[in-house]
Design a protein around this ligand. Structure first.
Ligand SMILES: Nc1ncnc2c1ncn2[C@@H]1O[C@H](COP(=O)(O)OP(=O)(O)O)[C@@H](O)[C@H]1O
Ligand SMILES: [Mg+2]
Length: 358
């Protein structure tokens, strides 16, 4: 049987560059080498693309960038090539046909639809959501608006452009307090990730301060009602026929699941299954699938929720179209718990990409 050529993209011009490298390493270690011929394509933090043929350990450590055998390589948008254009040191070019690409990119300039757009232009099948769904899920204001319209519970929210806020701060603060009614609130950049730029605020002064922090990441600022409850997540897989995993829970080590709790202190706990009643878990699986369809997702997504304390009300937080894929990440863990092992999960994702076409 002929092997399928798989391009694996990692890194990227994103605040989640490092996480992406660890996610890609896990995928490269777990993917079947009998079925697939692997091409690792690294994108530096400044946005340069290289074909990397060295050892996978250099990807997670970041040393891959210093490897002298790296050649410039990028996805060629011309559909005639349907793959990678590789340029060696002498300027000689070569094309490698790719049957499918796994864009293991988190956050901006990747998960936000930028790379799916390029792959759609190039007419190369790829794992994960199309550009429209990817960019709509990346923008938390769009996600909140579309889901609320479709009857899915979201925290109360308000949003504005920082430019407008600077011209009339009092108006936007008053409007926000009137809409959300009580503190704590969460201030977020509409487009970011890994909790970068997010603050929990307890009063007006903190609210104003945090708007400036969020605006460093994105012009568009979102403010949400703070939900007191458990944080739970559901992994969804599929194009038309969907599979929703068991529900998992995160118990953040800090006041909320901030950057430190996610990646630095390492003491946040995962519980699979989540410590919630079975009926609530079932409700979450149903809402996860509905939200996935409403947003136009395909391939995969991880849908994150809150289960409100005392009431058990299910409130959707956000949708990640390329969630963390490290050995200890929630998405592969939930799938494994639900009966799909890592290597098999990759097979399924590739099959979904190839059957969807482009
Ligand atoms: N409305 C909210 N109520 C309570 N906690 C929140 C709220 N929004 C965000 N958080 C906390 O902040 C974390 C990061 O927010 P999230 O919207 O998931 O952003 P990111 O895309 O950076 O993961 C969440 O995991 C949660 O701990
Ligand atoms: Mg999140």
């Amino acid at each position: 049987m002929e092997k399928i050529n798989v391009g694996i993209l990692f890194g990227g011009r994103s605040s989640e560059h490092e996480v992406s490298r660890v996610s890609a390493s896990s995928i490269i270690k777990n993917i079947s080498k009998d079925k697939y011929e692997i091409y690792n394509i690294g994108i530096t933090k400044s946005g340069e693309w290289f074909l990397f043929s060295g050892d996978v350990s250099e990807i997670s450590s970041g040393k891959w960038e210093e490897n002298r055998s790296n050649k410039k390589a990028f996805i060629f948008p011309d559909t005639g090539a349907r793959g990678l254009m590789v340029i060696d040191g002498t300027g000689k070019t070569e094309f490698i046909k790719l049957d499918v690409v796994i864009p293991v990119l988190h956050g901006k300039n990747g998960e936000d639809g930028a790379v799916p757009a390029l792959l759609q232009l190039a007419n190369i099948p790829f794992v994960g959501c199309h550009m429209g769904a990817a960019s709509a899920c990346m923008d938390k204001v769009i996600t909140n608006s579309v889901l609320t319209y479709n009857g899915i519970n979201k925290p109360k929210f308000n949003w504005f452009y920082f430019y407008d806020f600077q011209n009339d701060a009092a108006k936007y603060i008053e409007e926000t307090e009137k809409l959300i009614k009580k503190y704590p609130m969460f201030v977020k950049p509409a487009n970011a990730g890994s909790s970068v730029g997010i603050s929990k605020v307890n009063n007006k002064e903190e609210l104003i301060e945090s708007i400036y922090i969020a605006a460093k990441e994105d012009e568009k600022v979102l403010i949400e009602e703070g939900i007191d409850g458990q944080e739970v997540e559901c992994a969804v897989l599929g194009n038309n026929e969907l599979f929703a995993s068991a529900v998992g829970e995160i118990a953040p080590s800090n006041d909320f699941y901030d950057y430190d709790a996610k990646y630095l202190s390492g003491s946040s706990e995962l519980y699979i299954p989540a410590k919630i009643p079975e009926a609530v878990a079932k409700e979450i699986q149903e809402i996860a699938q509905k939200a996935y369809k409403v947003m136009g997702c395909s391939g995969l997504s991880r849908i994150d929720f809150f289960v409100e304390k005392d009431t058990n009300k299910v409130i959707l937080n956000e949708i990640n179209t390329f969630p963390g894929f490290t050995d200890i990440s929630m998405y592969p863990k939930l799938m494994e718990y639900s009966g799909i092992k890592f290597a098999e999960l990759i097979d399924k994702l590739i099959a979904l990409a190839m059957s969807r076409g482009n």
